[in-house]
Write a protein that binds this ligand. Structure first.
Ligand SMILES: *Cc1c(COP(=O)(O)O)cnc(C)c1O
Length: 439
């Protein structure tokens, strides 16, 4: 935000301001939640999360029909959200034994779980096979052979699809760009790797080859790379049918739809994304003379990021004349490592009087022992002092799920607001939690 400006609260449409002039999320008073649950605190508007699920699901039904939307649980995983995703009729994407275990414990139906990852361990695969997880997205040959053996041991078959690198350069940060050849994920199209593994898998007795998957990156604002990926993948499906008689009936185009972190960010509405992708998939399938595949999408960030904020209490304010003013808060990189990892940018509001004029440029810093532990560098804010509450916006994805205990800082609680009423989804860690595995 620029100096003197007043932020538009509806930048995140689940936020508002009440008669006490306090920030609200999903109708609940953020200052009251901070008083009740302490800070730092993750607060999510569950109604907004559910609405986001419905936007995708409805668009898939309307524009394509034979499809499934998976919530990519790595964005934010806990029992509560897995139950909500199940109630909304979503499938679930998991990428580790821990995420899978959480989903299973939440009662998520195993047939609607897709298990991803570039190095699933034998134990993780065993957990998946024993619980009849419907779909394993195979990343490499080692894993494929391991799965075949595990399925044989158990006396059944496993449904697999393949992670393909379609060779697309989506315009986003290098670290979160995954569709190009130099990526640790999946099999490349242009080198023939993808063809080779598909042909080989079809010869394995305990493997049912069902489909192909790609995920070209994250925080993508443009629909063009998704359409290009869809066309290349359909071409591959056509080639496998024509050359090897292998029928790939599912096309999973991954996630990566961008969200608004800054007031100037301008994501494509998700329904419009799906409409264009659906049209492209149908047209490409027709051209290649293959049946339109079951279409799968895996949004993560765009389901939860715009529904979450993190609330901090300001402590020390350090003014370095002619240099900068550091406003330090009671959290930081341990609850939100995205600045230190990617230089990610965020907006923030004061919780009391959020529409106050922004008269001073400050840097909001965390409390960890790293100079890089910054939440927001150079943001115009209203005057801030000890005890003030600050809300960092759009933190509903890749914050709690990336949180650590660096400096032995307990992880914050997560509160979900539904129908204006808060409920605790994840308890705040205690110091005893911090030492509980120490021997
Ligand atoms: C991370 C990931 C997603 C979700 O990406 P978002 O950018 O959060 O939408 C979906 N599929 C796969 C395979 C992923 O790795």
């Amino acid at each position: 935000m620029r100096l003197g400006e007043v932020i538009n609260l509806f930048f995140m449409d689940c936020l508002g301001v009440n008669e006490k002039n306090n920030l609200t999320i999903g109708g609940a008073d953020v200052a009251e939640l901070a008083a009740q649950y302490g800070t730092p605190l993750y607060i999510m508007d569950e109604d907004k999360i559910r609405e986001n699920c419905r936007v995708y699901k409805t668009a898939m039904e309307k524009y394509y029909g034979n499809g499934l939307v998976l919530y990519a649980s790595k964005a934010f995983s806990c029992l509560h959200i897995c139950r909500a995703a199940k109630e909304e009729g979503m499938g679930l994407d998991v990428v580790s034994g821990g995420e899978l275990y959480t989903a299973l414990k939440a009662g998520f139906p195993a047939d609607y779980i897709y298990f991803h990852g570039n190095n699933k361990t034998e134990d993780e695969l065993r957990l998946a096979v024993e619980n009849n997880v419907g779909h394993i997205v195979v990343d490499n040959k080692y894993e494929l052979e391991l799965l075949n053996a595990l399925a044989e041991e158990r006396g059944g078959n496993v449904g697999v699809s393949f992670r393909i690198k379609p060779g697309i350069d989506a315009h986003t940060h290098d670290f979160i760009m995954t569709g190009q050849i130099d990526s640790k994920f999946g099999f490349a199209l242009e080198t023939g790797e993808a063809e080779e593994i598909t042909r080989y898998a079809a010869t394995l007795p305990h493997i049912d080859v069902t489909g192909v998957h790609c995920h070209i990156g994250s925080q993508i604002f443009d629909v063009a790379p998704f359409l290009l990926a869809a066309e290349r993948m359909i071409d591959f499906i056509g080639d496998m049918k024509d050359k090897h008689g292998v029928l790939l009936t599912e096309l999973n185009l991954g996630g990566g739809y961008g969200v608004k972190y800054l007031t100037d960010d301008d994501p494509v509405p998700y329904g419009a994304y799906i409409q264009s992708v659906a049209d492209t998939v149908r047209a490409a399938a027709k051209k290649r003379n293959v049946a339109p595949p079951k279409l799968i999408m895996e949004p993560g960030r765009s389901i939860t990021a715009p529904a979450g904020i993190t609330v901090y209490t300001v402590g020390a304010v350090k003014e370095i004349p002619g240099v900068r003013t550091y406003v330090s808060v009671d959290g930081g990189m341990a609850d939100n490592p995205r600045y230190i990892m990617y230089g990610a940018k965020y907006e923030a509001l004061t919780v009391r009087n959020p529409e106050a004029e922004r008269s001073k440029v400050v840097t909001i810093a965390g409390k960890c022992c790293e100079s890089g532990d910054i939440l927001i560098k150079d943001i115009a804010m209203p005057p801030l002092g000890p005890g003030d509450l600050v809300a960092v916006l759009t933190t509903g994805a890749y914050n709690y799920s990336m949180a650590s205990n660096y400096n032995r800082i307990p992880r914050p609680a997560v509160v979900m607001v539904r129908g204006g009423k808060p409920s605790l989804a994840v308890r705040r860690e205690s110091y005893d939690d911090i030492i509980k595995n120490d021997v």
